[in-house]
Design a protein around this ligand. Structure first.
Ligand code: NOJ
Ligand code: CA
Length: 696
């Protein structure tokens, strides 16, 4: 590392910090006006030009005078840590860090931490404990990222409430986030002009790829990035609150989340970067072996395709109590009998979990009501759902039930009941809960991605640790790698998931959606996408279908990472389906993962090796274009023979009119062999590579 440190110098030489292999360099300086400023090079190429760092505070006379550098401290970390579950077991964390301590003439102190990794860079602000400053009110953070050209960007709008948007592909100069305001699939949400959410991924003219995000979002507002479409400058814009009219309130000391840039010569390397988790604190929970990575089914899709309902058909009396008037409409999905059917199915098919949505009272008023009073108490089952009997039944079959807590965006109501709700889970032997936050946040004026809700989501994760409960949040705050610190934060939604294919008025996710997601949203962390729909044409939904082939649905178990993977279709739709064997076989917890190839928005292929068994699984997906992909099996272990099964698009397959045409073939595969596979429009392939034992 070359570092010129300078003490008490108003006119310092430029400081620079290089990554371990010298791939990335961060430069730091103070502007003529005494403002901190940085820029970044990837090898010799400027990635980020001179960009200022700073805040607007509500407090008077805070950090208004020019800074000078007081001190710099450098260190190197080179370590390996173990993921209790994840895309890979051992993670290398190797970086050089620079701390710059700056101060103004009023002796107000601000520290900046920079980290240079070979797969990207990161920095954060620290406002240390100091005399005369107890707390700070941040009106906005003004972190700049001055880009060096009109890059191609894959972006969703900087919505303060929801990430469930389709990605746009455009030049920076053409970003127009406002055009999203009329998306009729979403409740009215707050979308500032020309701000995008993170992770946002870009390709520079020479093919270098960048992805901007944040790591360790703790007690702070989520960050969106405002795009200047003429100067190509991004500026942080924090999510706010109409109740408080500021973005962040904090007592000192304050550490902001890390601002991150993943940098890769090829798109595929973004996916194998572990920058975001590396920037988080180590595991605080120790052994979490009470959580089992698993495949799960759910009383879920039947509601989304309109075959069943969440609600049972209760009425609320004058005192606000739910009463069973005997008027149940007979379409309620979460019945004891139906749940047993799912448990039996799971027990036979190498699946572990059963999620039950619509088991508790309140669904008659969960959506479309302003006050949503009296909704959801998280402990009272509907009359046709026998929670104790089902818990005993599941246990007798070695199956885990997964709890569901839809809060309908009333976090206070949920917080009051958290302990009671998790205690019930303990009593029933349940270890995973899917949470949900559909609707505008109550209290009015708060947004899903503001500081107040960031703290709510964290409180749920932290409280859950006391009860050995793992969280899979829908309508969540974005993933920022806190799963490293809290490995009970297992998965989340935070994108347009499979459910949109069942009911979106635009016909669902287009085939390019997931080949974009793999290089954007997936860089943040695990995704509960809910793959595995076999009945692709959705007969109960004439205007909707899944816009992929069946082979692609299989591929998603490998491509889209989550330690809990839904087997989302109705059990009856897997009957007599040879392709279902792949879902039975596929792993969910990985020793290692390798992205073999890919281009953002076009295609991607990932190979993952299962922990414990050493078997490999490969998944590849394409957008609306057919293409040919050659796999080189040099990742396999030397001297071993694998029984491979290839599940791929049949010659006649096409996502639109012939999505279920699949070809299944077996072969013996060894390290070093290659295979060329045809992917049809909206298609994909999945390969299981099972090690041959001595007995075969
Ligand atoms: C939206 C979630 O994404 C979906 O999975 C769930 O079924 C509904 N909310 C109801 O909670
Ligand atoms: Ca959702």
């Amino acid at each position: 590392m070359s570092l010129i440190s300078c003490q008490n110098n108003n006119n310092p030489k430029i400081i620079n910090l290089k990554s371990p292999a010298k791939t990335n360099t961060i430069f730091f300086d103070l502007t003529e006006n005494g403002l901190p400023q940085y820029w970044v090079k990837h090898n010799d190429k400027l990635i980020i030009d001179k960009s200022n760092l700073g805040f607007d505070f509500k407090n008077k006379n805070v950090f208004t005078e020019p800074f000078s550098i007081k001190n710099t401290v450098e260190n190197t970390v080179d370590e390996e840590w173990e993921m209790p579950w994840g895309e890979q077991r051992l993670v290398k964390n190797h970086y050089n860090q620079l701390k710059v301590e700056i101060e103004n003439s009023s002796k107000q102190k601000l520290n900046l931490y920079f980290r240079a990794y070979d797969d990207g860079i990161a920095f954060r602000y620290e406002i240390p404990q100091q005399d005369g400053l107890k707390s700070l009110i941040i009106k906005d953070e003004n972190t700049e990222f001055q880009l060096t050209g009109n890059h191609t960007a894959w972006w969703i709008p900087g919505d303060w409430d929801i990430y469930e948007h389709l990605y746009s592909t455009s030049k920076l100069s053409e970003i127009n986030a406002k055009s999203y305001a009329n998306d009729d699939n979403l409740a009215q949400t707050h979308i500032p002009e020309n701000a995008v959410n993170t992770p946002v991924t870009m390709r520079m003219e020479d093919g270098t790829h960048l992805s901007f995000h944040e790591a360790n979002l703790t007690d702070y507002a989520g960050m969106t990035l405002k795009v200047d479409t003429t100067t190509y400058k991004l500026t942080s814009e924090l999510v706010g609150s109409d109740r408080t009219n500021y973005k962040v309130y904090r007592n000192l000391p304050i550490q902001t989340p890390w601002r991150t840039i993943q940098i890769a010569d090829e798109a595929k390397d973004l996916i194998d970067s572990r920058l975001i988790v590396n920037l988080n604190e180590p595991n605080k929970l120790g052994d979490v072996n009470w959580f089992t990575p698993q495949k799960y089914v759910g009383i879920w899709w039947e509601m989304h395709v309109g075959k069943a309902t969440w609600d049972y058909g209760m009425t609320m009396n004058k005192n606000g109590q739910w009463v069973d008037t005997g008027q149940a409409h007979g379409k309620h999905g979460a019945t004891t009998e139906n749940t047993k059917r799912y448990i039996d199915f799971v027990a036979k098919n190498n699946i572990k979990g059963v999620l039950i949505e619509g088991w508790n009272t309140g669904w008659e008023r969960w959506i479309g009501f302003q006050d949503r009073e009296g909704v959801f108490d998280f402990v009272t089952p509907y009359p046709d759902y026998d929670i104790q009997e089902l818990s005993d039944y599941a246990k007798s079959k070695g199956v885990e039930l997964i709890m569901h807590h839809e809060t309908s965006a009333r976090p206070r109501t949920y917080e009051k009941q958290l302990d009671k709700a998790f205690q019930l889970m303990n009593d029933m032997g349940m270890h995973t809960v899917k949470t949900g936050y559909v609707g505008k946040i109550i209290p009015k004026g708060e947004y899903h991605h503001g500081q107040w809700m960031v703290n709510h989501y964290r409180k749920v994760v932290e409280t859950a640790t006391k009860y050995k409960v793992a969280i899979n949040a829908h309508e969540p705050i974005k993933a920022t790698g806190i799963r490293r610190t809290y490995p009970n934060a297992v998965s989340r939604e935070g994108l347009r998931g499979q459910e949109f294919n069942a009911w979106a008025s635009d016909g669902g996710n287009p085939p390019e959606h997931l080949p974009i997601v793999a290089f954007t949203r997936m860089l943040a962390g695990p995704i509960d996408f809910t793959p595995g729909i076999f009945d692709i044409k959705l007969p109960t939904k004439p205007d909707n279908q899944i816009n992929t082939t069946l082979a692609q649905q299989l591929a998603l178990y490998v491509v889209i990472y989550s330690p809990i993977q839904m087997v989302a279709d109705l059990p009856e739709n897997y009957k007599n389906q040879p392709a279902f064997q792949f879902i039975r076989d596929v792993g969910v917890d990985w020793e290692q993962s390798i992205t073999l190839n890919g281009e953002v928005g076009d295609y991607v292929t990932i190979a993952r090796q299962e922990r414990e068994t050493g078997n490999w699984f490969v998944g590849g997906i394409t957008d609306e274009n057919a293409r040919e992909i050659t796999i080189n099996f040099d990742f396999l272990e030397d001297g071993k023979t694998y029984k491979a099964t290839f599940y791929q698009d049949a010659e006649s397959a096409h996502y639109k009119n012939n999505p279920t045409a699949i070809s299944i073939k077996s072969a013996e595969i060894n390290k070093g062999m290659t295979k060329t596979i045809q992917l049809k429009e909206g298609g994909g392939f999945a390969i299981s590579l099972i090690q041959k034992g001595i007995s075969d």
